[in-house]
Design a binder for this molecule. Structure first.
Ligand SMILES: [Zn+2]
Ligand SMILES: [Zn+2]
Length: 214
């Protein structure tokens, strides 16, 4: 009986002392050491991404180193529990998204007097009747109440109708000159361009009449 036990222990010690097993144990040891150092490096990098503090990454790495290659896995667990929840990049991204949302909310137009939500194309507030926009007399597009000229067509709102009348003057004189040559009867029609078909008719009639008169 004792011989059998002795034989088993002998064979076990033989197995442990064999080169293959020794090599295996050594390889596992080396692997654990590499894993231990890599974990410390990972904690260092991870903390760098989560904190602006320059010392904290070193503290995290040192904590894992202190737990030795055998127990470092417990340090990794502790680190995962107590590390900052968000990365700096994630915080930055979240702030950016919040700012974008805020800008979107601010872009929604409100009536300046009653704060009612209004459409961008309304010219008058339906609640308090405040003038919101006006229509350009030249291009019929919506322009702001404070615009001094139309951004769409360039019409100057500050310049009153007087220059327009001056601009129109040579044109009317030219027209009256043309009509005076064709006949005196059409001179009244030149002042109102809407009556042009009738004026052409009268000028035609005077032209048809003129050969007979001469
Ligand atoms: Zn209003
Ligand atoms: Zn315009």
């Amino acid at each position: 009986m004792e011989d059998i036990l002795q034989q088993i222990s002998q064979s076990l010690s033989d197995i442990f002392e064999s080169d293959v097993v020794q090599f295996g144990i050594r390889a596992i040891g080396i692997y654990l050491v590499i894993l231990w150092l890599a974990s410390a490096y990972w904690a260092f990098r991870d903390m760098q991404q989560r904190s602006d503090n320059a010392i904290l990454p070193y503290v995290a790495a040192a904590g894992i180193i202190l737990f030795t290659p055998i127990f470092f896995i417990f340090a990794v667990w502790i680190y995962k529990i107590i590390r900052p929840h968000e990365k700096i990049g994630e915080v930055w991204e979240r702030n950016l998204a919040e700012e974008a949302l805020l800008a979107e909310v601010e872009s929604i137009h409100h009536c300046p007097s009653c704060e009612r939500r209004i459409d961008d194309e309304w010219i008058i507030c339906p609640s308090c009747r405040t003038r919101l926009k006006r229509v350009c007399p030249n291009c019929s597009r919506l322009v702001g109440m404070d615009w001094s000229l139309c951004a769409w067509c360039g019409k100057d709102f500050e310049r009153r109708e007087v220059p327009a009348a001056i601009e129109a003057l040579p044109r009317s004189r030219e027209a009256t000159g043309r009509i005076a040559a064709s006949g005196t009867a059409a001179s009244s029609a030149a002042t109102s361009p809407t009556a042009l078909p009738s004026s052409s008719r009268t000028s035609a009639s005077t032209r048809s009449l003129s050969p007979t008169s001469t």
